[in-house]
Ligand binder design. Sequence first.
Ligand code: SF4
Length: 90
Amino acid sequence: MKGLSGKIIRAASSLMLPVDEKRVGECKRCGACCMFLFKCPFLKFENHGSNKSMCTIHGLRPPQCRKYPRTEWEKAHEPCGYDFVKEQTI
Ligand code: SF4
């Protein structure tokens, strides 16, 4: 879900709802979700070759950052290190 409305929905839903149990994977620290619509002022990139992103307020980051991507529907970036296990249909 992209666009400003998606960002607003992600911020609101993350205040009340948990991360989907079907989420798997891990953050690859690409920083894409920290630069959506605008670059977060707390985003920095390592300078020693890896170019990995880091949050300078990681311990205090808000729920929409802490839980991203909370659901497959709310996921706005590809590729992302997180994915969601599909339900098997017989
Ligand atoms: S887009 Fe995914 S892999 Fe990239 S920084 Fe955000 S959560 Fe991590």
